[in-house]
Write a protein that binds this ligand. Structure first.
Ligand code: EPU
Length: 430
């Protein structure tokens, strides 16, 4: 078993470089299924979710050449297999993009239902609605989704999404790239990674307009060639380190970011009394005084991201006053609160609302990461807590954060990853 051991209380000082965006990478990699030619993709984060997607592509017959730590060449020209197995698909939510990629290229796909973090029901009805509108016949049976078209090609159409869904927007966009005719997605998601996927597809020969607005227009093309693409920096990784500085104190230059993508997070940190200075491709985060309360509601972009909700709550636990947090995207994203309480946090949850009463201090304790962002938030809380915090089930965190321990050690955090045989007493682990 591997865990993080954190001795909290050190303010953070120095620089952290942000990796490529996980949620763009896990869509762009399956998007290569649409391309007849070699795609060179740069700035890929080294995280386990990316490894899983590459395994799925290999299983389907893609040729993958690792150029360096963050760059791969992917050639899907010879892919003919349109069935992705249950063993890999169930491990990761974003495996659903394989459906859009296969269906768009071959007009058929057979893919096991996706897995991923558990925060309540995670339906994919809007993806399916989109594929049906594009002319696919869909069967969901025995844990598999089977999608087929009569002619071997999807047909362009108009799709209105009933909920703003990142996954459905991207998946329908993938399916529509090589469809016959034009597709219009209305009420589309506007997240930076939706735009990044569209930019990738356009640079490979697709014809997409409007990504980043709520109406996206895709003119189907017959062929997509290979090319080069570099993935955008990770908005949520950057935001997580911003909250780490806010919670633990200190001054850190967070580099390789697009400050515009961070505005929703920056605005809240400023309100809480943290200094955030925007540079061209960096933000300087400094906390000198006490944290102030803030009310937060998570919403689709450009609102405050749900994937930053647990990390900002870690800061609010230590803010002066009472903060009200409303989760506006997922049904059940407060499972981590029980773990925070072990650190001394004072939080009451009622449905989608959490009321956070700031406390003077958090104190270290053994806790368990229950999903990716909750786990990251536990690191943030552990860095600010007095004494020793041990976090287990860190495989959740490793899904989405490249070199987290190393990046934090470089700014003065006392954090280590240790491996202990299962069943060894927690005291020995330290
Ligand atoms: N929804 C439906 N039907 C659908 C799809 C979504 O009702 O067919 C609902 C969901 O239940 C949810 C809302 O719409 O209430 C938004 O879901 P969305 O489809 O946008 O989420 P997703 O695409 O499955 C991505 C990220 C999540 C992030 C959400 C929201 C990836 C791989 N995952 O998920 O990221 O929370 O968007 O921004 O891109 C994470 O990185 O930790 C993570 C969970």
């Amino acid at each position: 078993m591997t865990k993080y051991i954190i001795h909290g209380g050190n303010p953070l000082h120095g620089e952290i470089a942000i990796s490529g965006a996980k949620n763009a990478a896990v869509a762009i990699l399956p998007a290569t299924l649409l391309v007849d030619g070699i795609c060179r993709i740069e700035n890929i984060p080294q995280i386990s979710d990316v490894t899983r997607i590459l395994e799925i592509l290999e299983e389907l017959g893609a040729k993958i050449h690792v150029v360096n730590r963050h760059t791969v060449d992917i050639d899907c020209s010879h892919v003919r297999n349109t069935r992705a197995s249950y063993e890999i698909m169930r491990q990761i939510r974003a495996s659903y993009y394989v459906i859009g990629g296969l269906l768009g290229r071959f007009g058929s796909a057979e893919v096991a239902m996706p897995g991923g973090c558990d925060f309540g029901v995670r339906p994919i009805d809007q993806h399916i609605k989109g594929f049906i509108a594009l002319g696919a016949k869909i069967d969901v049976e025995g844990g598999f989704i089977r999608a087929e078209t009569a002619s071997g090609r999807l047909e362009g159409t108009q799709v209105y999404l009933d909920v703003v869904s990142v996954g459905a927007t991207i998946n329908i966009m993938l399916g529509a790239c090589r469809a016959r005719g034009t597709t219009i997605i209305e009420n589309a998601a506007k997240e930076p990674h939706v735009v990044d996927v569209a930019n990738f597809l356009n640079s490979m020969g697709a014809d997409i307009m409007g990504a980043g607005t709520d109406v996206i227009k895709i003119r189907g093309v017959d062929y997509m060639k290979g090319g080069f693409y570099s993935i955008i920096p990770d908005q949520i990784e950057a935001g997580t380190y911003m909250t780490a500085v806010a919670a633990a104190g200190g001054e850190v230059l967070i580099q390789n970011v697009i400050p515009k993508h961070l505005e929703c997070i920056t605005a809240k940190l400023l309100e809480m009394g943290v200094d955030v200075e925007e540079r061209d491709d960096a933000v300087l985060v400094r906390r000198t005084g006490p944290l102030r309360k803030a009310n937060i509601k998570t919403m689709p972009y450009p609102g405050f991201p749900t994937d930053m909700q647990p990390q900002i709550v870690a800061c609010l636990c230590l803010a002066e006053g009472t903060s009200v947090v409303t989760e506006g995207v997922w049904d059940n994203r407060y499972r981590y609160v029980a773990e925070f309480k072990r650190l001394g946090a004072n939080i009451r949850v009622d449905g989608k609302i959490a009321v956070v009463e700031g406390v003077e201090r958090l104190t270290g304790a053994p806790i368990r990461a229950c999903d990716l962002r909750a786990g990251a938030a536990m690191v943030v809380a552990g860095l600010a807590a007095e004494g020793l915090t041990e976090i287990d089930s860190i495989y959740h965190i490793e899904r989405g954060y490249e070199s987290l321990v190393e990046k934090l050690q470089n700014v003065g955090a006392d954090i280590q990853m240790v491996t202990v045989p299962d069943g060894v007493d927690k005291q020995q682990a330290g």
